[in-house]
Design a protein around this ligand. Sequence first.
Ligand code: SIN
Length: 189
Amino acid sequence: MSHNTISLNKQRQPLDHLDSVWLFGYGSLIYKTDFDYLDAKPACIYGWQRRFWQGSHDHRGTPEAPGRVLTLIEEPGARCVGMAYQVTPDTFEHLDHREKNGYLRVFTPLHWLHEPGETGGVVYLASPDNEAYLGPASDAEIAAHIAKSRGPSGPNSEYLLKLAQALRDMNEQDEHVFAIERQLLALSP
Ligand code: SIN
């Protein structure tokens, strides 16, 4: 699959017939909200875990030297905490452009973190068949890769550090993210 998913997302999942859509963010969408929303609430999804296994050609790296950013990997029993945003369908013009480097929109059940109840929503996933996928590596390798990468949106380290802080602010323990953060901080002079 090509790593530019803008037209694929439009074809596969038209949303214009809906009044509003809940979007679940688990990576930069938690801490960088460069779009309007009607409501926002902490939420979680089950059966998925965050992993720094996706290449970034357009935000935290370049096509010649991709950075490493998050995707979700299926894992039975896992729980991934993030932020849900209620947006109008036209917001996906911007979001599809922002998430164009291999991410496909998928419908998923969302569970509210601090209140009972759930709703249906949309999440951006970069699956292993996209051309920008990098796959697993050790925490130390991922940290070293992040430490040396930067792209049009800034240093790759900023993506990791802002995400780790946002998860801490939500009282969320994510051992994958925090282990790579520790390795990255140990590399800094
Ligand atoms: C997300 O945040 O939900 C998608 C991945 C990213 O943009 O970091």
